[in-house]
Write a protein that binds this ligand. Sequence first.
Ligand code: PLP
Length: 277
Amino acid sequence: MTILFNDQLTERNDVTIDIEDRGYQFGDGIYEVIRVYNGKAFYLEEHIKRLVRSANELRIALPYHEDRLTSLLEELVTRNQLIEGNIYLQVSRGVAPRSHPFPEHSKAVIIGYTFDAPRPLSLLEKGVATILTEDIRWLRCDIKSLNLLGAVLAKQEAVEASCQEAILHRNGTVTEGSSTNVAIIKEGILYTHPANNLILHGITRNVILELARELGIPVREEAPTKEELFVADEVFITSTTMEIAPVISIDGKTIGSGTPGPLTRQLQEAFEAKIPS
Ligand code: PLP
């Protein structure tokens, strides 16, 4: 398999990661997951922009220009003959003797690889079961950082409850999912947490808000409370890999009619029309 290592496309088996890589020791790095449909990277420009923003927020210097990164990722998809799957892209601050402050001399380490992944058609059709749990993450969830323990613990809790996702709340306010953004529909209006420091500014979330406006669905970037979540007409989660997945239950309680709601379906159809075929 061909992977991206710094500025080279090379064979996976030829690459070694240093034991003093700060991504490995501190989670000192950032990442992106990019969807590939029909051999084309979907919203690649937006993902690269978000990566650059995360890098700037953490003062990680990217070693080359974003245009070069874009063409290397496109070449990676071609070389691996990826038709339907994902690109995982990670940038760590680099390698240095273990010490908390930024090292004086270190160069960011970039890795990128692809893997096959079909669309989650059955989940999109039937919807997902979820749990609600406390958001214990840090206060810069807008940075797509490698530090994912808050998300890992929440997702594990969901899996142990035979659910697909954990919806998070901070002091009773619904923020997002462990690896998705969350929206609810109440009386025809779409509500979702504002894009501030408490959530990841999801690329799919953005696409869905645009589609909602085009479809004439009023959008309010106001976070629902825990109580509002349970009495919503419809709830859905969005992400690069999950697209728009209807939520049919939370903590075993049925949402709406217990089947994907009509506005969720409309948004799914509009999203589907954007997928390159
Ligand atoms: N929120 C969190 C915490 C995530 O980890 C992700 C994606 O991994 C999302 C939201 C969805 O973001 P996107 O639509 O850009 O994939």
